[in-house]
Design a protein around this ligand. Structure first.
Ligand SMILES: [Zn+2]
Length: 306
């Protein structure tokens, strides 16, 4: 069955790129509503932005959603991953600015916030999207693929010149609370050279060593070091979960990402829905629902981070 939040949950933080303070409140929503953002600072015009793949503006740095009136919200992928990973299908997300708060650069604060208040079951089955035909997109040596499977699996590999990241590969079946246990505390990472370049271009103004893992060659500059040896690939899997949730519901399929990023995962989703016979909507029965991310999530398994 579909789930929503038991009560509203509020998060306060800063936007990664703009650096402004932002307040975000997740509100319960009726069955069939899906995930929508609402810009509470927009008084005139359409402030509602659906979290759906064809509203994503493809940018290399983050996932940005834009509605028909040009009103946008950026860096939505970590809250979308948290909602997917906690099995929240319906929510209204109020934000008082153009960016979701970055928190510590991972989804752990969102997961703990959502699960501390709890989720409640609704009187309608989950609508999922089952991959029935393989779809692949490629660009500049990067590739993303969706293959048929009866559950969501994520298989990711990355290869960075910086020795602190290097080559990393990981595969996870997203059933049984895997997201909360294995991925939700892995942070955004970036290379020092990229941070310097972004700053020169007026980006990443809210970025600090507290909300991203910064590496320079073989050095991890973030105090306290890594949370997992392979934190970087785990974060890419977190991003993929969030970006895939923009399908409009859970995906049943195997995602394979090779050096892929936000923009490529979005291109893949577009290709999936544009390819005749590649995907079919399914109303989940009890057995299928039991395999969705968010089922089997155990509070004591959610990482505790300072
Ligand atoms: Zn990310």
């Amino acid at each position: 069955m579909q789930h929503t939040l038991k009560t509203p949950v509020t998060f306060k933080g800063v936007g990664l790129h703009g650096g402004a303070r932002v307040i975000m409140t997740l509100r319960p929503a009726v069955a069939g509503h899906g995930i929508w953002f609402k810009r509470t600072d927009i008084e005139l015009g359409d402030a509602m932005i659906p979290a759906i793949y064809d509203r994503v503006e493809r940018t290399p740095l983050c996932t940005k959603l834009v509605n028909d009136s040009g009103v946008s919200v950026s860096t939505v992928e970590h809250i979308m991953a948290a909602l997917a990973g906690c099995g929240v299908h319906n929510a209204l997300i109020e934000v008082d600015g153009p960016e979701v708060p970055i928190m510590d650069g991972s989804s752990v604060a969102f997961v703990r916030g959502i699960m501390a208040k709890g989720v409640r079951q609704q009187a309608a089955p989950v609508l999922a999207y089952e991959v029935v035909k393989p779809v692949t997109v490629e660009k500049d040596g990067a590739r993303a693929t969706l293959l048929p499977a009866d559950r969501l699996e994520i298989d990711f590999s990355i290869d960075f010149d910086d020795a602190a990241i290097g080559q990393q590969t990981k595969t996870l079946d997203m059933c049984n609370g895997t997201f909360a246990r294995e991925l939700c505390d892995s942070r955004t990472f970036c290379r020092k050279a990229d941070v310097d370049m972004m700053r020169e271009n007026g980006l990443a103004l809210g970025g600090t060593l507290d909300n991203a893992v910064v590496v320079d060659g073989d050095v991890v500059m973030t105090p306290g070091g890594l949370r997992h040896d392979d934190e970087a690939v785990r974060h890419k899997m977190l991003d993929a979960l969030g970006d895939l949730y923009m399908a409009g519901g859970p995906i049943l399929g195997r995602y394979v990402g090779e050096k892929a990023g936000h923009s490529m995962t979005n291109t893949l989703l577009r290709a999936l829905f544009e390819t005749p016979g590649a995907v079919r909507p399914v109303l989940c029965d009890a057995e299928t629902t039991a395999r969705l991310p968010g089922q089997g999530l155990v509070w004591t398994e959610i990482p505790l981070v300072a």
